[in-house]
Write a protein that binds this ligand. Structure first.
Ligand SMILES: [Ca+2]
Ligand SMILES: [Ca+2]
Ligand SMILES: [Ca+2]
Length: 227
């Protein structure tokens, strides 16, 4: 029985630990240019989040694969790269918890680039209802938001900067993020490959039951042999 209890504990820890990290990425410096953009592929999930939605404010977290990036300023721009698998896919780039008048508040801007450095879209401020929850009503209007339909598959880059800044071919110019700035960037990409490397808790539980079955059989065989 002690072995079974131990197995249950290990299965539970695996399930909780891995699930907590699905869909979350910590910003990793240096990511200050298009060429050194941080790759966020392999971290997409369809787990529910109340802070992920489209331009109309509809929650898209369980229908469009998404990643939540937690970023901090250090006097540089932050660029993130990702793959679009299917032409016609929608991409949503939504700053949450950027400006709320509290510590870490930053007036963010976003710029979307193709792999050749061409600027596809850029935004400074947007309605707080876009992208579902996460931007504070009132001051959160300073949180940037872009919804874009990609006309071809390929690798793209989203850049984060501070107002006032502007994107031109190959780079953002103007103010970089400052020390103490904190933001969350929600990236949602239709048809992005969802991270299935981690078994769902249900299948882990089944694996555990299978293991108990084997153990039970061994015990029964041993008893029969002894008798
Ligand atoms: Ca950076
Ligand atoms: Ca802004
Ligand atoms: Ca949001």
């Amino acid at each position: 029985m002690r072995a079974m209890a131990f197995t249950i504990a290990v299965v539970a820890m695996l399930a909780v630990g891995e699930r907590a990290s699905a869909g979350f990425v910590l910003e990793s410096e240096p990511n200050n240019t298009l060429a050194t953009a941080q790759n966020i592929n392999g971290n997409f999930t369809l787990d529910f989040s109340s802070n992920i939605g489209d331009v109309a404010g509809n929650n898209t977290s369980t229908t469009i694969p998404h990643v939540t990036i937690s970023g901090t300023g250090d006097g540089t721009y932050d660029y993130y790269s990702f793959f679009v698998a299917v032409a016609g896919s929608i991409g949503i780039f939504d700053i949450d918890f950027g400006y709320d008048n509290g510590p870490g508040s930053v007036d963010t801007e976003l710029a979307l680039f193709n792999s050749a450095g061409g600027v596809l879209a850029q935004n400074d401020d947007f309605s707080v209802t876009a992208g579902a929850g996460g931007s504070t009503p009132g001051p959160g209007i300073l949180d940037a938001f872009i919804q874009y339909t990609f006309t071809s598959a390929g690798t793209y880059v989203i850049g984060v900067s501070r107002y006032p800044s502007f994107a031109t071919t190959g780079t953002i110019t103007g103010d970089a993020l400052q020390n103490g700035d904190t933001y969350t960037l929600q990236v949602s990409i239709q048809n992005a490959s969802v991270n299935n490397a981690v078994p769902e808790p249900a299948s882990l539980a089944l694996m555990g039951l299978g293991g108990f079955g084997l153990i039970g059989g061994a015990i029964r065989r041993r008893r029969k042999h002894a008798a």
